[in-house]
Ligand binder design. Structure first.
Ligand SMILES: [Fe+2]
Length: 318
């Protein structure tokens, strides 16, 4: 568990809610020169799809992709934000294989856009070690995700129109909780190296399943007169990450996992916790946040506009 003092929390909350309510950026805007080579384009972020044969989830995922196809202007590509399937963490190999097959089939049938995937906790196969799954079972852990999508690693970068994207793996093993949010030492080293290598004038975007900075978890976090947040809800190392991002011209950090929506400006970086395609795991809106996805419009000056878009899904049961 992560404990936060009440004073720190209120200070953070005040700033974050202030930004949310007024829509004002608390921090710097890029100079025209800094972002001169960056392009204008749109992409979408579909997170927490949690596809499964039940609850009309596959139909819902298809409806969401069809909605994306109607956007004007059209997005250049889709980012997924993790928790693609429901669920690989505690299932056997047959069910997990079926889920990933379902996911790739629905994707193939309903979009022709390029897709870049980010791993979520529910996409890790077998860490729950149920149904006879052991570390020797084929595809165990993050291997299945890499095999399904043809990735060498669960974290990687790609460039698009003068912007660099860093897709991170924020799911780390935990004896107590099965998983915790954060990066392992190897990935921290890799990220620091990659940020050093990125041309300074090139704006960057990071994507993680579990958020580093968000206020969505706070309103429900009071227990025994303390704000307590599970280590599976947020990534550790947020202060280190936020400093790194602000030093390396990273403009945006996108996450999912919470199935709620916020935008926080912190140290010159916009942190977006995006809502879930599945809403409340295909049972309607989650705490007032309906099924939807993120639309991001990027400008040559390095600025980013985010909208949470719903696609009119009616849950099979609530
Ligand atoms: Fe999720």
């Amino acid at each position: 568990m992560v404990s936060i003092s009440r004073r720190d929390l209120l200070r953070g909350l005040g700033a974050a809610f202030g930004a949310l309510l007024t829509g004002k950026s608390l921090t710097r805007r890029a100079s025209a020169e800094e972002g001169a080579k960056a392009g204008t384009f749109r992409f979408v972020h579909l997170t927490d799809i949690h596809v499964q044969p039940e609850l009309k989830a596959a139909e819902g995922m298809a409806a969401c992709l069809k909605h994306v196809a109607q956007l004007n202007p059209a997005p250049d590509f889709i980012l997924t934000g993790g928790d693609l399937v429901m669920d690989a963490l505690e299932q056997d190999v047959q069910r997990t294989t079926l889920l990933f097959k379902l996911f790739t089939r629905v994707l193939q049938d309903n979009t022709s856009l390029p897709v870049h995937h980010c791993i979520g906790n529910h996409d890790v196969f077998g860490w729950g070690k149920k149904h006879g799954v052991t570390p020797e079972t084929p595809g165990y852990g993050k291997k299945m995700f890499c095999e399904v999508f043809g990735y060498e690693k669960t974290y990687y970068t790609f460039d698009h129109k003068g912007w660099r994207f860093f897709l991170l793996d924020s799911v780390q093993p935990s004896e107590k909780l099965l998983y915790e949010g954060g990066l392992d030492p190897e990935q921290w080293e890799w990220l620091e190296e990659q940020l050093q290598k990125k041309p300074a004038g090139m704006p960057g975007i990071i994507v993680s399943h579990i958020p580093f900075v968000t206020v969505t978890v706070l309103p429900d976090a009071v227990q025994d007169s303390q704000f307590r947040i599970g280590a599976g809800s947020l990534c550790t190392g947020a202060q280190k990450l936020s400093l790194l991002l602000s030093q390396h011209n990273v403009r945006l950090a996108i996450s999912g996992h919470i199935h709620m929506v916020d935008e926080v400006e912190y140290r010159g970086v916009k942190y977006v916790c995006d809502g879930a395609v599945s809403g409340r795991w295909w049972k309607g809106a989650n705490k007032g946040f309906p099924e939807g996805y993120g639309v991001f419009d990027l400008s040559p000056d390095g600025s980013v506009k985010y909208q949470y878009v719903t696609y009119g899904w009616q849950a099979a049961q609530t």
